[in-house]
Write a protein that binds this ligand. Structure first.
Ligand code: 2P0
Length: 352
C-alpha cells in the first residue's frame, strides 16, 4: 500500500577545494558572494559526504524534518537549511500539480542521514559536500528534472561553497550581479577529462574543529579589512580570468602560481581582519616551505599549495611529477609534521 511506503534516495557528494577563494558576502540573507571563485572537485572515493534522504506518510508529523550527521541529530530549522528544503519542496509541488498521479512527497516529513568520511568543520570543505549531498539526495528523492547548475542555486543558500560541489572537474561560482541571486550559480569551466593528469594531496595538519567559522570570519573581514576591498575589486577578477586561461591551456605553471598567490592573498586578508583571523599554523608554514623547496629543486612549478579556512595543506600536482612531489611531501609525514596524508587523489567527474 502506498500509504505505508518509505521513499528513499541516496547520493555521495565530493569536497571541492578552491584555487580562487570565496571570502565575503554581499548579501548574507541570500548568501551572495562579493567575488567569484573557482574550485577543483576532488574524488568521491577519498573525501565525501554520503547522504540518504527519505520521506514517508508514516513518519510522525510532530517530529518534523530530521537530520542525523555522523549519527548526531542536527537542526534542519536553521534559515539556511530551511531555504534549501523550502525551494526543493516547492519544485516538487510544481511537479505534483502538473501530474496528480504522483505521490504527494512534498507533504511528507523528510529524514536525512548523512556521514562524512573526513573531519567535519576542520577546513576540509565539509559544509560544501554536506549541502551538495543534501540537495542532490532530496532532488533525486523528488525526481526533480533540474540540472546541477540549477540545483546549485539552491545549494548555495545552504553554504556558498556547496554550489561548486554539484559539478565535477573545474567549477566556477559566478558571483553574479542580480539582487535576487538568480545569476549566482555554478558553471563548469572544464570537465576532469580535460586535464586528467591533475592530482590533489591533502596534508592533514590538524583534524580539530576550527575556532572561527567561515561564515563569521568572512563577515568580520568584510567589515574591517582594508586589503579586502582591493582583493574583491581588483585582485580576484584578474586572477579568476588568468586561472580560467591556465586551466583551458593546461598550463600547470600558471595554475600553480595563481593558486599559491590566491591562497596567500586570502590568508593576508584574514590576518588584516580585526581581530585577526589565523587559520595557518606552524605546520602549514612548513608545508609551504616544502612545496617551495620541491619547486626550486626541480626548477619549475610542479606542486602548488592552497589553504582554506584551516591549517590543512592541499597540494595540486600532475601525475607525471608524482615521484618528486610525493617523495618530498611524504618526508613530512615520516618526520611527524602532519597527522596523515590523504594521498594523491584523482578528481571527480560529477554527481551521479
Ligand atoms: C572557498 N571557503 O572558496 C573558501 C576558501 C573557505 C576558504 O567557501 O557561509 O563554508 O557557508 O557560505 O561556504 C568556506 O565558506 O561559507 C569557503 P558559507 P562556506 O572554498
Amino acid at each position: 500500500m502506498a500509504e505505508n511506503k518509505i521513499y528513499r534516495a541516496s547520493t555521495t557528494a565530493p569536497v571541492n577545494i578552491a584555487v580562487i577563494k570565496y571570502w565575503g558576502k554581499r548579501d548574507p540573507h541570500l548568501n551572495l558572494p562579493t567575488n567569484s571563485s573557482l574550485s577543483v572537485t576532488l574524488s568521491q572515493s577519498d573525501l565525501r559526504t554520503h547522504t540518504t534522504a527519505s520521506c514517508s506518510p508514516t513518519y510522525p508529523p510532530a517530529e518534523g524534518d530530521t537530520l542525523l550527521l555522523n549519527s548526531h541529530p542536527q537542526s534542519l530549522s536553521t534559515p539556511r537549511s530551511l531555504a534549501c528544503l523550502t525551494s526543493l519542496r516547492s519544485l516538487r509541488r510544481s511537479l505534483e500539480s502538473a501530474n496528480p498521479s504522483l505521490p504527494p512527497l512534498s507533504s511528507y516529513p523528510l529524514h536525512i542521514i548523512s556521514t562524512n568520511n573526513f573531519p567535519t568543520a576542520a577546513g576540509l570543505a565539509s559544509s560544501a559536500a554536506g549541502f551538495a549531498a543534501l540537495v542532490r539526495a532530496i532532488a533525486d528523492l523528488y525526481t526533480l528534472p533540474q540540472s546541477p547548475e540549477e540545483l546549485s542555486l539552491i545549494a548555495r543558500q545552504g553554504s556558498g561553497s556547496a554550489c561548486r560541489s554539484l559539478l565535477g572537474g573545474y567549477v566556477a561560482w559566478d558571483a553574479g550581479h542580480k539582487g535576487d541571486g538568480s545569476d549566482s550559480r555554478a558553471r563548469l569551466v572544464a570537465p576532469r577529462s580535460h586535464w586528467p593528469e591533475m592530482r590533489a594531496m591533502i596534508l592533514v595538519a590538524s583534524a580539530m574543529k576550527k575556532d572561527v567559522s567561515s561564515t563569521s570570519g568572512m563577515q568580520a573581514t568584510v567589515a574591517t579589512s582594508s586589503l579586502f576591498r582591493t582583493r574583491a575589486e581588483v585582485v580576484v577578477p584578474r586572477e579568476m580570468a588568468a586561472m580560467e586561461k591556465a586551466i583551458e591551456g593546461r598550463d600547470f605553471e600558471g595554475f600553480g602560481k595563481i593558486a599559491m598567490r590566491e591562497s596567500n592573498s586570502f590568508h593576508a586578508c584574514c590576518l588584516d581582519t580585526e581581530p585577526p583571523i589565523r587559520y595557518l599554523n606552524d605546520v602549514s608554514w612548513a608545508a609551504m616551505q616544502l612545496v617551495q623547496g620541491v619547486n626550486e629543486k626541480v626548477g619549475r612549478v610542479v606542486a602548488a599549495y592552497t589553504f582554506d579556512a584551516g591549517p590543512n595543506c592541499v597540494v595540486y600536482f600532475l601525475e607525471g611529477d608524482r615521484r618528486e612531489v610525493v617523495g618530498c611531501l611524504a618526508g613530512c609525514l615520516k618526520e611527524g609534521l602532519v597527522e596523515r596524508v590523504e594521498g594523491g587523489v584523482e578528481l571527480e567527474d560529477g554527481l551521479e
